[in-house]
Ligand binder design. Structure first.
Ligand SMILES: *[C@@H]1O[C@H](CO)[C@@H](O)[C@H](O)[C@H]1NC(C)=O
Ligand SMILES: *[C@@H]1O[C@H](CO)[C@@H](O)[C@H](O)[C@H]1NC(C)=O
Length: 289
């Protein structure tokens, strides 16, 4: 039984990289879409915009259990990703990037510099960033986050409100979706309507995972338009690595999106592991007129 489950977890996981329309674990996107937000009207509330995100954005290293992405932050942003999921380990004021135990060869300053550089080059865009503490338990990262913003970005790069901005207000801004205690730095992560069914113990649980994604996406068009909808298509477990899960789930997501003929609906943020350029483009094409 155990061997069988482990084998299932490895299915589709080879040493070669794979570039499909729904799933891509190669080093670079097939094509870029760096300024797609230019065509969103200024008056549109950001909660009404459908956009692609990356789960565990910086998790590029650490082996098959830890890796969730294969593109650099710069490539993700240029491919069209607009929601980032950033996990920082806090050590006496220093914030390093971690996925669990795995150090991701970067610190929070690299992330801020990457976003600031992107927004300078593409000032019509906006970037949403979930920040949470990972692999340390200080529950006190606020001061360090503020310090890094001053050192590696600038204070007025941020959207300084709990309220959902319009597209016009959000352009050129980094919107922190604060998933840690302390005074307001931006919006609160918990203010969103979130589906994050991330525990997929074995490949036999992939269907259950997909049902969670499906139900939340089906609810998104009719949901409260003043609230941001966030759906994670990512998941993993001891016998189901992120690569194996996303090869299955991304395929389901791709078919689901492709079957929709009405693109004039709000799906919210769809946050993925190993997304490919074509599925990113598909998500971007859903916009309210
Ligand atoms: C930003 O949007 C304006 C208005 O739509 C457009 O003229 C301009 O080319 C855009 N800039 C970039 C860098 O895409
Ligand atoms: C924090 O980071 C700085 C700069 O990278 C480094 O010089 C310093 O030693 C680090 N402090 C700790 C406690 O790791």
């Amino acid at each position: 039984m155990l061997i069988w489950l482990i084998t299932l977890g490895f299915i589709g996981v080879s040493c070669d990289t794979i570039q499909r329309p729904d799933y891509d674990d190669s080093p670079d996107p097939e094509f870029l879409n760096p300024s797609w937000m230019s065509s969103i009207p200024d008056a549109q509330l950001l909660s009404k915009v459908t956009m692609p995100g990356s789960h565990n954005t910086m998790a590029l290293y650490g082996g098959i259990y830890a890796e969730c992405q294969s593109w650099s932050l710069a490539s993700q942003l240029r491919a069209g990703i607009r929601f980032l999921d950033i996990r920082v380990r806090h050590m006496t004021g220093n914030l390093t990037i971690h996925h669990g135990v795995s150090y991701q060869r970067a610190h929070f300053g690299h992330v801020l510099e990457g976003v600031a550089e992107f927004l300078q080059e593409y000032p019509n865009e906006t970037v949403l960033m979930r920040i949470r503490e990972e692999y340390s338990e200080t529950y006190n990262i606020y001061g360090a986050v503020v310090d890094y913003i001053h050192r590696y970005a600038r204070w007025d790069l941020l959207w300084h409100s709990r309220l959902v901005p319009t597209m016009g207000e959000a352009r050129g801004k980094l919107i922190i979706m604060q998933d840690f205690p302390g005074p307001d730095l931006g919006m609160r992560y918990g203010s969103m309507d979130i589906a994050d069914h991330w525990k997929v113990p074995t490949m036999l649980h992939v269907e259950e995972k997909w049902q969670n994604v499906y139900k939340h996406l089906e609810a998104a068009p009719a949901g409260n338009k003043a609230q941001i909808f966030l759906t994670y298509s990512s998941g993993a477990g001891v016998f189901a690595f992120p690569r194996a899960v996303s090869q299955r789930i991304n395929a389901r997501l791709y078919d689901y999106l492709k079957a929709k003929t009405d693109l004039n609906q709000r799906l919210g943020i769809i946050c993925m592991d190993f997304p490919a350029a074509p599925i990113i483009k598909m998500i971007i094409d859903f916009q309210l007129k």
